[in-house]
Design a protein around this ligand. Sequence first.
Ligand code: FEO
Length: 178
Amino acid sequence: MELSQKSLEALNLQVKIEADASHQYLATAAWLENQPGLDGVTEFFYKQSQEEREHMTRFMHYIAMRKGKAIIPALAQPKTEFANLKEVFQLFLNNEQEVTKSINQWVGLALNEGDYIKFQFWQWYLKEQLEEENQASKMLNELSMIGDNRAALYSFDKDIMNVREKVAEDTSAELNHK
Ligand code: FEO
């Protein structure tokens, strides 16, 4: 079943959105790696960048499977300097909210076109988005509570990869129960 022109354009736009997200998180990781004592948060953003790249390639494979041509885009210039960790996680949250908005739009398009195969394909992304938004919100809340407490910040950094996994598991469990 071939994709409509509109769907192909939507999917290729999403390839760019995922590529830009991957690039932004890589730039974020680069900034973090130069800050003292933030090894955990640095690892978090390297991992996030890698995942966004996987999201991108998943779209490319899907486009090819539906007999379309994936277009590799020029990347937007990422933000490379941050005032503090809160700014880092605020950007992460804002970015993921924008990605979710975009995906919701494409889900609507798939339904309008009666393309239920694609509708199903998008479901995986919606779950992924919910996980990422939950992670960003949780970390922003924790940072607000931590304030200038250096010992708490040390624990936050040490624990962040575990928190990341835990939020993902909790989100999945929550979705499967409903
Ligand atoms: Fe793949 Fe988090 O956007």
